[in-house]
Each structure stands twice: as structure tokens, then as C-alpha cells.
Ligand binder design. Structure first.
Ligand code: FES
Length: 159
């Protein structure tokens, strides 16, 4: 087993030790695993099942039932382009196209350097700022193709 793999197992074990080992803890344990790895790795499900009362099928069932959980790796920053009605009318399609061109990926994909994941989402709840994009935890409004690319340029420039 490589060192990084063993460190990952230590992190998983520490989360389980902190939160608990019975089946009622499946959701909080998986939430913490996702916080740590940004998704739920298969090895985490196997490890939890091997060290607790939770089974792989229970854990997998929870992870696939709730949309908050991701079973595939994502980038350091998730770019959410709102495609709700107000943002759609305001040009969300063009924002997605501009970001696809800037990042060299398609909607739903992650860049090869694992920095960004691009995804379309439903209304983000701030329609008066349409069209809206979230980059990580930050919300940007009243965007156009040029402005949305500028956000990434600024981030890359350390801004
Ligand atoms: S439709 Fe985009 S924030 Fe509501």
C-alpha cells in the first residue's frame, strides 16, 4: 500500500472514530468523508464497511440516494452556472459556452489539472442578479461571456 493510500485510510478511520460506527451515522460520516476528499471514494465505502456496523450496500445506498453526495472526483472549485428561468433568459447558455471554451471541458466535466468542475444547476435563489454563476462559495451576478471569463482570469492571477 502506498503512503498516500495509508494516510487516506487514517483520515477515514479518524472520521469514523469521531462520528460513530452504527448505521445511524452513515449520513454524517459520508458528509465528513466528502468534506475531506471532495467526493466519496469507493475505498472509503469499503473501509467504513470493514471497520463499522455499516455495510457497503447501506453506505452506497445512502451515497446514491442523496444528491449532496458525489461518487466521482471533482475539481478544487466547482463552477455552477445557473440555468433557472431568469438566468436562462439572461444568457446562461452563453456563459456555459464561454466557460467550456475557457476551460477546454464540456458542461459536467472536470479539468485535467483537477482545478475546476463545470456544472449547470437550477435556480440559485438570487434571480435579481441574473445571470448568475457560483465559483466555489462565491456568487457572481449580472454576467456576460466576457465577465465570466474574466472571473477565472482574475482567480488564476491570484485575485
Ligand atoms: S434563475 Fe438563476 S438565480 Fe434564479
Amino acid at each position: 500500500m502506498c503512503q498516500c493510500e495509508s494516510r487516506d485510510l487514517d483520515k477515514i478511520d479518524a472520521i469514523v472514530a469521531r462520528i460513530g460506527t452504527d448505521a445511524t451515522k452513515a449520513i454524517p460520516v459520508l458528509q465528513e468523508i466528502q468534506k475531506e476528499f471532495r467526493y466519496i471514494p469507493l475505498r472509503a465505502i469499503e473501509r467504513i464497511a470493514a471497520t463499522t456496523a455499516m455495510t457497503e450496500s447501506q453506505l452506497y445506498g445512502v451515497a446514491t440516494f442523496y444528491s449532496q453526495f458525489r461518487l466521482a472526483p471533482v475539481g478544487e472549485k466547482i463552477i455552477k452556472v445557473c440555468h433557472g428561468t431568469a438566468c436562462h433568459v439572461g444568457g446562461a447558455e452563453g456563459l456555459t459556452e464561454a466557460l467550456e471554451a475557457r476551460l477546454g471541458i464540456r458542461d459536467g466535466e472536470t479539468t485535467a489539472d483537477m482545478k475546476y468542475t463545470l456544472e449547470s444547476v437550477a435556480c440559485l435563489g438570487c434571480c435579481s442578479l441574473a445571470p448568475v454563476v457560483m465559483v466555489g462559495d462565491r456568487t457572481y451576478g449580472k454576467l456576460d461571456r466576457k465577465k465570466v471569463v474574466q472571473i477565472l482570469d482574475d482567480l488564476e492571477g491570484g485575485g
